[in-house]
Design a binder for this molecule. Sequence first.
Ligand SMILES: [Zn+2]
Length: 713
Amino acid sequence: MSTRRIRVAAPTRRIWVASATAAVLTLGLLAPSGSSTAAPPDTAAPAAGPSVKLAAGETALVRFRLPDEAMLRDLVAGGADVAARPRTTLGQVQVDLVVTDQELAALTARGAVATQLIQTATEGSARVAASRQAARTLAVNTDTLQFLQSYWWTADGQSFLAVQVATTATDDPDVEITVTWKTADGTTGSFPLSRFEDSGEYQYHVALPQPVPAQPVTVTASSSLGGTTRAIRPTAWPGATPPPLPAGYQKDFIAAYLTPTDIQARIKRLKRQYPALVDVIDLPDKTQGYRRTAAAYLGNTADAAVVVESVKFGDQKMNGVQVKSVNPGKKNKPLNATYKDRVLTVSLATDAAGTAISTTDDVAAFVKARYPQEFNAFVEDGSAGKLMPVAGPARLDDGLDGTEVSKKPWTVQAMRLGSVRDGSKIGVLAYSQEHAREWATPLVTMEFAERLLANYATDAETRSLLDNVDVFVLPVVNPDGANYAFNDYNFQRKNLVNHCTGASRDPARANSWGVDVNRNYTVGSYFDGYVGGSANCLSGTYSGTSELSEAESRNVIALAESHPNIKFAMNVHSYGGYFMWPPGSYKADGRITLPRPSIEESAYFMESAKRIIGAIRSSRGTVTWPSYTGPVADVLYSAAGNSADQLYYELGILAWDFEVGNDLWNAETQEWEGVGFQPPYDEAHAESQEYASGLVELVRVARDLAAEGAVQP
Ligand SMILES: [Zn+2]
C-alpha cells in the first residue's frame, strides 16, 4: 500500500546504479573509501557541512556542494539521480542527489561536500506510517470547530454576544464547547454552549445571547476534544438602521387589546376616514361563526352518562333544550323516546319486575337513530356498558360565554391600502391572528395600517410607500377562535370547527377542539408526510380533515391568488421574537426539508431581514436574535402545512413569519424572560409599536426591490 509513495526516485536510480560504476570509473570519480574530504580550494565556505554519514548499503537523498559545474555535467552525463534543479551560486553548484554510501564516499573524495542528509530511503516508509498514525490519533482525540454565527449588539446599555459553533464530532453527545470573549480593554470571560439537535440530527452548539461588559473584539471556541478556532471578530447585529422618522410622524394608534369586533369596527372607520387610500375586501369564505353545538350530560359522569348533543348550533334554538331519562313505570317496556316542547324524554326499557334495564350504549344508539336531524348521542368516556340511570332534566348548552359577539358566520375582511390599487404596483400582504390566542398580533397589523394612512398626507416617505406599493392587511384570519380566546378560553389556538367524532366530542374536551389554521395549507403538509401537524382532532396542531379544509386558510390563499401582484407576505404570530422564512417543514426521516431557496433568494431574505430587524429595534431597542433569524425549519421547528410555505412555493411570494414578543432581559436575575401570548397590555402595546415599524420597513424593502427591478408586480 505504501509503494506508491516510496518509489519516488527508484526507476531513475536503477538506471544510474546500472551505469554508475562505468560512469564514475570513466570519469575517475571513484576513489578509495575512507579518503579524507577537502574543501574546494577556491571557496571561503566552511570546510564541511554537517557530517553526513550513511550506513553500509544505505541509500539516501543528500544535498551536495560541488566544486564546479563540470562535475555536475559529469554526473548528469553518467545518469546520476538528480532530485531537484541544481542551483549555481558564485561558481559553486548545489545539487540534491540520491546516492548509496559508496557513491557518497566517492563524491566526497572528488571534492564534493555533503551539506545535508535530506532523508534516507527507508525514512520515507516510516514517515508514511507515522503520518497515518498521527491522523488516526487526531481523528479520535480532537475535533475541528467552526463558528457558524458570531454577533454582538447592545440593547438598553447592555451588550450581548450570540454565537453558534459546529464541531466535526457530530455524533459525540459529550463534546463540550466553551466560547471565550475579549473586549477592547482586555476583559475576558467565557461561557459554555449546548448541543442542539433537531429531529435527531446534530445542528450546532449554541447558547442564549450572553451579557458581556462591552463590545467583544474577539471570540474563540474550544472543545473538550481539543479542537479550537482561531480568534475571530464578532459582527455587529443586525447592522442596519432605518431612516429616521420625520418630525410630526404619527404613530401609536393602539390603546387597548382589540377583539375581532373591535377590529371590524376600526376597519370600517378607516375606510370612512381615508376613502382614497382604502378598499375593504370581504374574503370569500365565511367562517362557521362564534357557534357550537349544544350538549348535555344525561346522567352523572362519575357514574354513568350519555352525552346528548344538538345537530344544529346552540344559538339555532338548541340552547336550553332539555333531556331526561325516565322509568316508564310499567313492566316489560321497550326503550323509547319522545321530543316535544323542547324536551327530549328517554323512556328506559324495563324488565318483568319493572326495573329499568337500558344501558348507556342502548340509549345513545337509540337517540341517535330516532332523531338524526336533531340529536347526536354517544356514551361518555368511562360509561360504556353501564346501566343507564334515571336522570335529568339536563339542559343542552353550547358552552359559549361571549354575549357581545355576533353568532353569525363571520366575514373575514382585509384592507387594501395605497394610492394605486389596480395591481400595477408591487403588493405586500401582512396577516395576523391565524392563532386565536396571539392577541398582540392584530395590534401590530392595525398599527401598521393606520401609520401608513395617517402619515400619507404629511410624510413624503410614507407617501412614496403608498404610491408605489399595494399593501394588503388581514388583521384577523381566525375571528371565531379569537372570540373564543377572548370570551371562553384564553389559550385557544385553533379555529372553532369541531371535526372530532365519538367520545372526543365530550364537552369536557371543548378547549381542545378546532383546526390549527396554520397547519391546514397545501405545501409540505401533514397529509404530504411532513412533521409538525397532527391527525388528532384534539391536538394543538390538528391539521384538519384535508388540506384547506378550513375557511380561514382558504381565505388567505384566495386573497393572495386574486392579487398576483403580491410578492411579499408577512405572517404575524406570537411569541418568542423570531424572524423566519421558508422552508417551514421537513420530513422526519432524514430531516428532509422543503427545497431551500436559491443563494440569491436566501441573500434577499437575510439582507431584508436585517433591515426589518433594525427597524424593529428602533422602537425600544428590541433585538431579534441572529439564532432566531432564518428558515422556520431551522430556527423554530417543522410546521407542516403552514401558510408561508404555500405562498412561497406555490405562488412565488417571498413569505416571512414574525413571532412578535421577544424575550426580555432581566438585568437583576441575568435571565431572558418570556412574554407570552397575552402579556400585560403595556408589553403588548410595545410589541405593536416595534413590529409595526418592522412592517413599514418591509414595505420599504418591497418598494426598493421593485425599483431595482429585482421583483415585478
Ligand atoms: Zn402562532
